[in-house]
Design a protein around this ligand. Structure first.
Ligand SMILES: NC(=O)c1ccc[n+]([C@@H]2O[C@H](COP(=O)([O-])OP(=O)(O)OC[C@H]3O[C@@H](n4cnc5c(N)ncnc54)[C@H](O)[C@@H]3O)[C@@H](O)[C@H]2O)c1
Length: 286
């Protein structure tokens, strides 16, 4: 009866990749609270199992499947498992990976791994999900976890930002081609969010710097991103298709970036974390 029911996911089946940790874990928990049956796929099978158990203990329906989304054989096994369900309404292709490194020094292996997990892996998951949704004929909602780095360059993060930018384009074209099946495809672009992925960076002065630079005075929480995903997979967003939603507290609208160097030192960049706060007076502006 209530008109808020458009946000409810009762009876729907949702796949979440990278659901053992961080944003994916918060998303799995949120979609379960909203009524969905959740299938958690992660390269960390034990972690995925622990999250699924936790959701079950809270009264939800969840299961875990170990899966490296960059491996086509493992993705095939995952979708065989999904055949046990007679529906697939939601796919959150969320697993991702990145490493910092100056462009001149990025190992080819790091570049390839970044693209394998973020781009090829997301493609494999989205294609298999879209095929299943089209076959079942009930429409669906796919959300890809991109990054504010897809639209804001981050020094020392070339491979990751390039991969996420590729995902934004993939989402737009998928949205266009899959509309005929009532499958909507959107991206979320988190800003700096407190997860294992950012743990190392946030253990430095970069935490205080990022909090200070965020218009909302804080970093993102996994639940902040999960809330946006919950909207994008619900009927509340029934006419949102091909969008890339920034969920970054407004930070990337004016973001000088984490890393800087003094470019007057020609050819010998010395990258520093930009977390030293220089008072305006010292900048000669009193
Ligand atoms: N944390 C941030 O600040 C931030 C910002 C923008 C975008 N993102 C994106 O959000 C997504 C989730 O990251 P997070 O911050 O929650 O990090 P996280 O490290 O907490 O979680 C990532 C999860 O993905 C899993 N994973 C990694 N490689 C995988 C693979 N090949 N196959 C299956 N699972 C794999 C990991 O085991 C882990 O459980 C990623 O796509 C990341 O790029 C994160």
């Amino acid at each position: 009866m209530g008109n808020t029911d458009a946000a409810r996911l009762d009876g729907r089946v949702a796949l979440v990749t990278g659901g053992a940790s961080g944003i994916g874990q918060a998303t799995a928990r949120r979609l379960s609270r909203d009524g969905a049956t959740v299938v958690i796929a992660d390269i960390d099978g034990e972690g995925a199992e622990a999250v699924a158990k936790d959701i079950q203990n809270a009264g939800g329906l969840a299961e875990a499947v170990p899966c490296d989304q960059a491996d086509p054989d493992q993705v095939a096994v995952l979708f065989e498992r999904l055949q046990r369900h007679d529906r697939l309404d939601i796919c959150v292709a969320n697993a991702g990976w990145g490493r910092f490194g100056a462009f001149l020094e990025i190992p080819e292996k790091t570049w390839r791994r970044t693209f394998e997990i973020n781009v090829t892996g997301t493609f494999l998951i989205c294609q298999a999900a879209a095929r299943r949704m089209a076959e079942l004929g009930n429409g669906g909602a796919i959300v890809v976890t991109s990054s504010s780095g897809a639209v804001e360059p981050v020094a020392l993060f070339t491979a990751y930002c390039s991969a996420k930018a590729a995902l934004n384009m993939m989402v737009k074209i998928m949205a266009y081609e899959l509309g005929q099946f009532d499958i909507r495809v959107n991206a979320v672009m988190p800003g700096v969010t407190e997860t294992a992925m950012t743990g190392g960076l946030l253990a430095t002065g970069a935490r205080s710097y990022n909090e200070a630079e965020s218009p909302l005075g804080r970093l993102g929480k996994p639940e902040d991103i999960a809330g946006a995903v919950a909207y994008l997979v619900s009927d509340d967003s029934g006419y949102v298709n091909g969008a890339a939603l920034l969920v970054d507290g407004g930070g990337s609208a004016y973001n000088p970036g984490w890393f800087g160097t003094d470019f007057r030192r020609r050819g010998e960049a010395s990258w520093i974390l930009r977390h030293e706060q220089v008072p305006v007076q010292e900048a000669g502006n009193a």
